[in-house]
Design a protein around this ligand. Structure first.
Ligand SMILES: [Zn+2]
Ligand SMILES: [Zn+2]
Length: 170
């Protein structure tokens, strides 16, 4: 990358970036992150995402409604060659959402029914998701009673009828 292009961003930006010898690699952001793996940089009077700044300064402004997708899937990367503006929907389809929703999921302390995700009540599934043991038990119980109710119907109904018949014939 030429010096002129680099001048589009201040030295304090570059101080926070590790550019590998092979510039086709990821430019690793070493500054502060936003807790989700994305770099943050103070720019234009506010904290902004470092990779968006990099793209805007070194490539072009990001059109409204577009999000910057990391083609390298490395969130801390600010190499504009790895960044591509996509619609939010494309980004979702490319798989950023499952991890985002998994993160949201992990931040929950209770299941949808309000049972706590504590050590005893949390079942960790193979895919990394959590399940509520209490809800599992409730579901099993509900299935059991549903089955019992269905199984009981043919036996009880004739018995009741028979009793009525007897009553009437007496
Ligand atoms: Zn990268
Ligand atoms: Zn539950």
């Amino acid at each position: 990358m030429s010096t002129t292009t680099r001048d589009a961003l201040p030295g304090r930006f570059w101080h926070k970036v590790t550019i590998p010898e092979n510039t086709a690699g990821c430019w690793e952001w070493t500054g502060t992150g936003n807790g989700k793996g994305y770099g943050q940089f103070w720019w234009g009077g506010r904290m902004r995402l470092a990779h968006r700044i990099s793209y805007e300064a070194l490539v072009s402004p990001i059109p409204d409604g577009m999000v910057i997708d990391h083609r390298c899937r490395t969130r801390g990367c600010v190499n504009p060659a790895h960044l591509e503006p996509v619609t939010n929907r494309e980004n979702v389809l490319r798989g950023d959402l499952p991890s985002a929703s998994a993160a949201r999921q992990m931040s929950k302390t209770h299941c949808p029914k309000g049972h706590p995700y504590n050590a005893e009540n949390t079942q960790h599934r193979a895919d990394g998701a959590r399940a509520c043991r209490q809800c599992n038990r409730d579901r099993v119980k509900a299935r059991y009673w549903a089955k019992k109710a269905v199984a009981g119907t043919p036996n009880t109904t004739p018995a009741v009828d028979a009793a009525h018949t007897n009553e009437a014939s007496r």
